[in-house]
Design a protein around this ligand. Structure first.
Ligand SMILES: O=c1ccn([C@@H]2O[C@H](COP(=O)(O)O)[C@@H](O)[C@H]2O)c(=O)[nH]1
Length: 473
């Protein structure tokens, strides 16, 4: 096979500066290897840095489209910097450890969710280091589909990356490198055989692709849900093609029922605040349940329980509202501890669910990152009860079987005069990970609530489709 003369020159140079060595070496994990790469040394050779960068540009990056470049820490960082300067594309830097102070960001630099990022790496063995960087970038909503590398050790890394939707383009494979070196008299045939045998014996384990809830369609997530209500809600969304939850914050039963008659077909979930209704009766519940059956939506009572377990158990099953009798799911704070979840366990074994509040949409709320994390940990102990979280951010939880319910949504970003903060459908679905989107006054206070409900439904669904297609541009 004929090789580009610049590649041959580079291979020989890498050999001469001991960036690639042959002999008997023991890796960190105790495995014996006949070949050893230490590309950290290349920073001492500006000519090597220059030729690697130019070759990466000419050989591997020609047909790729990207907004940013990001080097895998640490060896690839200087190469990524040079590529960023040469291509005039901005560079992103991934922190290996998230900062414990300040912004706590794992990705430094300016970017927007939906933009594309090209990964730069020196050597790929199993692909795990590239994947760590890819996962952190994808968590931020960045699209990562390609990585360019100097050397593919051909030990399973490319396959692992490929199955995680990352295409690898390399300057050298182990085979091409040793081929060049043997042809140029730098190593013997015997060494080549040793390296080839070693490659056969040391394939990296397959890295399973983690399920990314953001990219999974609702029907798939229904299969993964452990809570019966989450399963139903995912299925309703997929069948009715709507992820709109209408918050019927009205105080008259007639107004609520009239509105649901008109918009029931467009929503997957109806959220109530039973305690704001002035003429609440059991008959109202009977009728709203009939509408829920007719239009195939679920009922969420947004009671935000927050008391000790005993009291919550009474609030849930007794009193005027007897919420446990009719609401498919309720909201609750994690503040009082696990007792609240024990109290909300399904009455009479029927399917019920709880959305735990992990974050709030209101300005200046006192929820901290630690509280949010503890809420998710608490929820993980009650998989059959928890439908999901009321939250605002994509990184709140990972489990694709749980639902992110996000309130504080209107067509334009704004605020009300009591601290409610509104984000747009695009922002909450594409950047912040919302699965079910709560809209209240955006619909109920509109001149034509039905027209508005249809507009919200269509806009929200389009954003969801864009998200699962993975083509965020
Ligand atoms: O963090 C939260 C939790 C719940 N809500 C509830 O959602 C609706 C939002 O109504 P809009 O009229 O769209 O503002 C309302 O019932 C809140 O109680 C929330 O806004 N934020």
């Amino acid at each position: 096979m004929a090789y580009d003369s610049k590649l041959v020159e580079l291979a020989i140079k890498l050999f001469s500066i001991d960036a690639v060595k042959f002999g008997e070496f023991t890796t960190k994990s105790g495995i014996k290897t006949p070949v050893y790469f230490d590309l950290r040394v290349i920073v001492s050779y500006p000519d090597v840095m220059e030729s690697i960068s130019n070759l990466l540009l000419d050989v591997t990056m020609k047909d790729l489209k990207y907004d940013h470049v990001c080097g895998v820490p640490y060896t690839a960082l200087p190469i990524a910097t040079i590529l960023s300067v040469l291509t005039k594309k901005s560079m992103l830097m991934r922190r290996k450890e998230t900062k414990a102070y300040g912004t706590k960001k794992s990705i430094e630099g300016h970017y927007k969710a939906g933009q594309t990022c090209l990964i730069v790496e020196d050597v790929v063995t199993s692909g795990s280091s590239v994947l760590e960087t890819v996962r952190d970038l994808r968590k931020e909503g960045l699209l990562v589909t390609d990585t360019v590398i100097i050397l593919d050790r051909e030990q399973g890394g490319s396959k692992n990356l490929d199955s995680n939707e990352v295409q690898v383009k390399s300057l050298f494979t182990m085979s091409s490198l040793i081929d060049i070196l043997v042809k140029n008299g730098k190593i013997t045939e015997e060494t080549v055989i040793k390296v080839k045998n070693y490659l056969k014996e040391t394939q990296a384990p397959v890295i399973e692709k983690p399920l990314n809830r953001i990219l999974l369609p609702y029907e798939k997530r229904a299969e993964l849900a452990k809570n019966g209500i989450a399963k139903q809600l995912f299925t309703i969304m997929a069948t009715k093609k709507t992820n709109l939850c209408l918050s019927v914050d009205l105080t008259s039963t007639t107004k609520i029922l009239d509105l649901l008659e008109q918009v029931g077909e467009h929503v997957c979930l109806v959220k109530t605040h039973a305690d704001i209704i002035e003429d609440y009766t059991d008959d109202f519940i009977k009728r709203i349940k009939q509408l829920a059956d007719r239009f195939n939506f679920l009922l969420l009572e947004d009671r935000k329980y927050a008391d000790i377990g005993h009291t919550v158990s009474l609030q849930y099953t007794k009193g005027l509202y007897k919420v446990g009798d009719w609401a498919d799911c309720v909201t609750a704070h994690s503040l009082p501890g696990e007792g609240i979840l024990k109290a909300l366990n399904a009455p009479n074994g029927c399917d019920r669910g709880v959305f735990l509040l992990a974050e709030m949409s209101s300005e200046g709320n006192l929820i901290t990152p630690d509280y949010k994390e503890a809420t998710v940990v608490m929820a993980s102990k009650y998989p059959e009860l928890i439908t999901g979280f009321v939250c605002q951010n994509i990184d709140t939880f990972k489990d694709p079987g749980l639902i992110q319910l996000t309130p504080g949504v209107q067509l334009e970003s704004s605020k009300d005069d009591l601290g409610q903060v509104y984000n747009t459908p695009e922002k909450v679905i594409l950047e912040k990970g919302a699965d079910v989107i709560v809209v209240g006054r955006g619909i109920v206070a509109a001149k034509s609530p039905v027209t508005q409900a249809v507009l919200y439904k269509d806009t929200l669904w389009k954003c969801y489709l864009k998200r699962v297609s993975g083509k965020l541009e």
